[in-house]
Structure formats: C-alpha cells, structure tokens
Design a protein around this ligand. Sequence first.
Ligand code: ATP
Ligand code: MG
Length: 394
Amino acid sequence: MEKLIMIKYGELTTKKDNMKVFIDRLYNNIKNKLIGYDIYIIKDRLRMFIDIKDYNEAAIVEKLREVFGIHSIVICYKIDKDLDSIKAEAVNLLSKLTFNSFKVETNRADKKFPYNSVETSRLVGASILKSIPNIKVDVHNPDILLHVEIRNDYSYIYVNEIEGLGGYPTGVQGKGLLMLSGGIDSPVAGYLANKRGIDIDCIYFDSPPHTSIDAKNKVITLAKKLTKYGSNINLYVVPFTEIQESIYKNIEPTYMITIMRRMMYRISERVAKNNKCKILINGESIGQVASQTLTSMYVINNVTCMPVIRPVACLDKLEIIDISKKIDTYNTSILPFDDCCTIFVPKHPVINPNLNKCIEYEKLINYEEMIDIAINNIEKISVKNYKFVDNDIL
Ligand code: ATP
Ligand code: MG
C-alpha cells in the first residue's frame, strides 16, 4: 500500500473559471515550500498528491500547514480500485490502530464504480467487523472515521485529516504594499492579506536618529517572519526624518499625526505604483487611536485613489493579538523600540479632522519636494536573504 499526502483544496474550488490558475499557483507555492525535498507532486482538478518517499511525513505536514489555499492535509494510502483490495487494505490499516468504535464514509468521484458510496461503506465496514475483534460501528460518534475515496485512477483510504490554513494561494491576486510598522497590527494585516491570495512587499517609514536601528531591525525581522506565508518580500525603507521634522515645526500640533499619515499614504501610493503593487494594506483598526476614527480615515485616505485594505479594521485588539501569537510575530512586535508614530505624539490629536484645514496646513510645508527626495533615497531590502550584522539580531 503506497503512502501519499493528499491535499484537499479549500475555497478555490468555488472559483470555477480561475481554477487552473489557482491550482497552478498552489502547486508552485507548495513546490517552493518543499524546496530541498526530492519529491513528486501530482495535481488534479480536485486533489493534489505528494509522493513523500521515505521522508519524515510530520516535517512535511508542518511545512504544508504554512501554505494558503489548502483546506486539509491527509496522510492516505493509494490502492487499486476494486472492492476486495479496498476491504483488505482497510482491515490492514485499522488492525494497526486501537479503537472501540468506527464508521466508514465513502466519497465516490468515479460514478462507474459498481457500488454506490453507501453500499461501499457498508461492505467495507462489514469486512472490518468480521476481521477485527471487539469493535462496533458507531455512526454518530466513532473513535475512528475511515474515509474511502474512489477516484478515476485509484482509490484512497485514510483516517486522519489535518486542518490546513485555508484561504487562497498567496500571489494568485497579485501584489499589495503593506505599510509595516513595528507594532502588533500591521504584521497580522500582512498575514491576512496573504490569506486572500495577495503577495506583499512592505514599506517602512524610518526617522533616524529619532528612531533607532533596533526599530528598523525589528521591522526587518517581522517582514522575514511574514515570508513564511508568501514569497520573498522587498522592504522599502523610506527616509522620513525631514518630512516629520518639518511637520513638527510647522503644523498645528493637533493635526500633526493626521498630516504625517497623509504623507505616508502619498509616498506609499507612489512606491506601490513603481513596484507593481495594486493596493495598499495597513494595520489600521477602527477606533484604536485618534487617526483611526472614521472621520480620520476619510481625511487621511483622501490623498490616494488606490484601494486601501485594512484586514484588521474590524477585529478587537485581543483577536489581533491571538493571530500575532499564532504567526509568531507577537514577541517581536512587543519589543519596546520607538517608531516614528510614537516619537512626535501631540497631547491631543484631533479625532474629527477637517479636510480643508489639512489642505491649508499642508501649504505651510514644501511636501512635494520632500516626498520626491524621500522616494529617491529609499533603501530596498530583499528580506529573505537579508543578513543582520553582528549583534543586530533580535
Ligand atoms: P501596529 O498598528 O502595526 O500595531 P501601531 O499601532 O504602532 O502599529 P498605528 O499608529 O496604529 O501603528 O498605525 C496604523 C498603521 O499605519 C500601522 O498598522 C501600519 O500599517 C501603518 N504605520 C504606522 N507607522 C508606520 C511606519 N513607521 N512605517 C510603515 N507603516 C506604518
Ligand atoms: Mg495599531
């Protein structure tokens, strides 16, 4: 009996017209994830099969659990498509396990198979009952659920189904630009964007010497952690000091944050367009701070026509924290390094900013020229292979 890993696709099967694109992308993402393994992957319309040879299956399953577009991962056994073989191998498989009750469930993709799914389950179940002592059938709450799948070429049996990450294969929707700060929310936003099939590049606004190299390294570390769910990430580090200082010197304090964020959006849009990113993504969460009230969002968003998605907009902080722990960004995010939003914080930032006032205030600074300079001096970091210099590592 040949052991394989069967991949069940998730939501992508509902996208009929794009199915081939989705499956091809998933296939490539799985291949990239399993680089270094000499294995063979067969893709078909409803399932993918990985011949894992003598490799440790647990290690491969762990890696597959980091790939979006997978509904479940199944260790299965491939057998000939005749009832006697199925019965024999089902008995063989279950006789190695300890249980009191079981149930057989059959999925018959090949309608030419001479028994329908209910008949197949009944016949295989009867054979198991006859061969293994002291067990019974329990259709409601069995200790073991044996799945039989009759497909066109072979049949497959399995007992365990491991939950995958779900979502769409990362990259199938193209690329977005994630505004990545060192906080908890934006890495989670990037992960959730990956889940909907969006590959990401990242942009970080750096204000040295007001922000430290530690803060920048923290962002690089977070971006590195996000590469687990997609491909390599380019991180664009924008020198933001001059713009921030100019805002600090010239703008009415209550509007400083609103205007700083309008500058971030303007720069992000240009960087996105220059690098084939179709949308902006950020970690804004409604009501979290003054710049994230609905009025603030309207006024800040007003500087760009590019779609901005905010995957954590409607999540509670605790829900965001749960995800950040799951994706292992939390402990990095809570490292106490200032970023550019925390250093020039006015006592009373406006929570209902007025768009016309913003436009008037912005006339006080020469922002277009400063934005050009900032964009011309962006540092581009290819995150996956980035090596920290000595004692930079967080
Ligand atoms: P996070 O939201 O990531 O936890 P934060 O709460 O400190 O960090 P906010 O001030 O809430 O950040 O900013 C909202 C969003 O704006 C962030 O989630 C991020 O997408 C973006 N942002 C803030 N600061 C920066 C920065 N220095 N560089 C890039 N993006 C930033
Ligand atoms: Mg936040």
